[in-house]
Design a protein around this ligand. Sequence first.
Ligand code: G1P
Length: 292
Amino acid sequence: MTIKKAVIPAAGLGTRFLPATKAQPKEMLPVVDKPAIQYIVEEAVASGIESIIIVTGRNKRSIEDHFDRSIELEQTLEEKGKKEILAELQGISNLASIHYIRQREPLGLGHAVLSARQFIGDEPFAVLLGDDLMMSKKPALRQLMDVHEKMGTDVVGVQHVAPEDVSKYGIIDPRACTGSVYELADLVEKPSVDEAPSMIAVMGRYVLNPSIFPVLEFLERGTGGEIQLTDALRKQCAASPIHAVLLEGQRYDIGDKFGYLRAGIEMALSRPEMRGQVLAYLDGLHGRMAVQ
Ligand code: G1P
């Protein structure tokens, strides 16, 4: 079945990024000239998603303002003849049909997804996490949707990680592999490196069947005292097959300070109008630092 709806959880406090996130949502931190969450919405739309529900919390109003129209700004740009940026702004508010719901308690990713149940109804849907920015030829979510359309199963996006990073992620236990698609025997949330079944980590992209909702509803709290989506998938996995697709493309963890810097630099390098300038700067910087 084609996936038309997506959930973007955005209720997190952004504590890894304080003080920048004291008075603004982490999802609104700019990567070059766009807030991080706009890249996520654009990936969803490029994958074929038509309706998005963003699960927000307190202090997240600027996300709604960003995807809304700004009539005064549009009028001013019109009067000044700034057609290009005007069209870009109008494009943002026309990207998709975007809805909002508040997660009343910070009970984790599984709980955030469960909050979107009424909006999703009885159809398969996508989940995209805002900390994972993906730069790829085929949109990352589309890579999952292609597998779901063939198999009809729950699908998660994965990439290999270094041993020291294993405990930050949901880790899969693959049973079989065909090309870039794994069939899962199990998956576990944030294991220690000694207990990890592999070094292949879930990267913040999911396509889920609505049968996940009753599982989430009755799930006990897991790692960090939170309702974990990985734990719900683990239960699903015991009952019916789940697949993982090895994502093609570069992923940036923008919840991490260095990951955020890398994303800014590499996204700027991917823009033809900035590439030369940034490369020249990096070259010069390298020279300057070597001299010091
Ligand atoms: C969440 C998921 C985890 C996944 C990760 C990807 O963890 O719980 O399974 O691997 O996102 O970024 P979080 O980073 O929210 O702690």
